[in-house]
Design a protein around this ligand. Sequence first.
Ligand SMILES: [Zn+2]
Ligand SMILES: [Zn+2]
Length: 327
Amino acid sequence: MTRTTPPRPFDIEALFPELAAHRGTCTRLHPRPGAPTPYDSSVGGPLLWPADEPWPTCTQEHRRNKGRRIADIHEERRLHAAAKDRPLTDEERERLTTLQRRHRLPDIEGTHPVPLLPLAQLYARDVPNLPAPPGQDLLQVLWCPFEAHGFPHAPAVQLRRRDSTAALDAVLTNPPLPAVVGHAGLVPEPCVLHPEPGVVEYEWPELLDEGLQSRIEEWEESLWEEEGESGESLGYDTDFAVAAGWKVGGYAYWGVTGPHPMVCHCGTPMELLLAIRPTEHGGTRSWIPLEDEVLDPTHVSVGRGGSFNVFVCPADPAHDHRTSLQG
Ligand SMILES: [Zn+2]
Ligand SMILES: [Zn+2]
């Protein structure tokens, strides 16, 4: 089933024609719980990984000897899902206490290799705006299951690109898993994707020229006055600038720190590759697709559930990527 972003609540370019110069498009991924195979684009699904290729690990210095077990995290979510329309039983409550326990691993040093977790894989055939150099039509995104990298603390991401048409002797079926993870939100539930290309976005408000910015602000204020206490407040940044949920390309959300220039070490301004926001609700309900409403399909949440963005260099995708965490 396809997923369709509803028309925007206003024709914003009719109100502000200059915005045409700040228009971009993204592909919304619309992850939904499912059973993806290595041959599907997915979040939290099995990667198309050669059985004889080493699995990537994190060896950067940080604590990795305490955390939750992955099986416990999945069971906790199943338990909550089963009880979503009724109160938890005493037995379930007791089980949750056990599942939420953090475990300590003895004899694990600060640089002991931690197997990375598969976060997503994207085939260019499904995501037309995916930056995919010739012979690298498959992008795989993995991350360290500890939010201990950079500031603010975030997971470290590794990107792999492959030719999905290259002959594989065997696909890895049992990748190594970390014994514990630092944060449950870094463990995705398997989801299939329903990519929706061509969703229109506009540049973050603080990146527009000041005259346009202040006219947009005045318009927002008049909207809010009309709405009064009733209804939801529409806004440029929440309903027009950046689509909610998971997406490839388009514009980055800068709602916490304000815009920060993302420039590659080669001097080229970087472009947004992948953006993760846990829900498709965004600030308002305007981004919820027409077909369905799923609150938290992937269970992925970085930091305090903010927006996590991965940027790449358009001059050469092999140059180091950068990330930004908003919230
Ligand atoms: Zn790490
Ligand atoms: Zn570069």
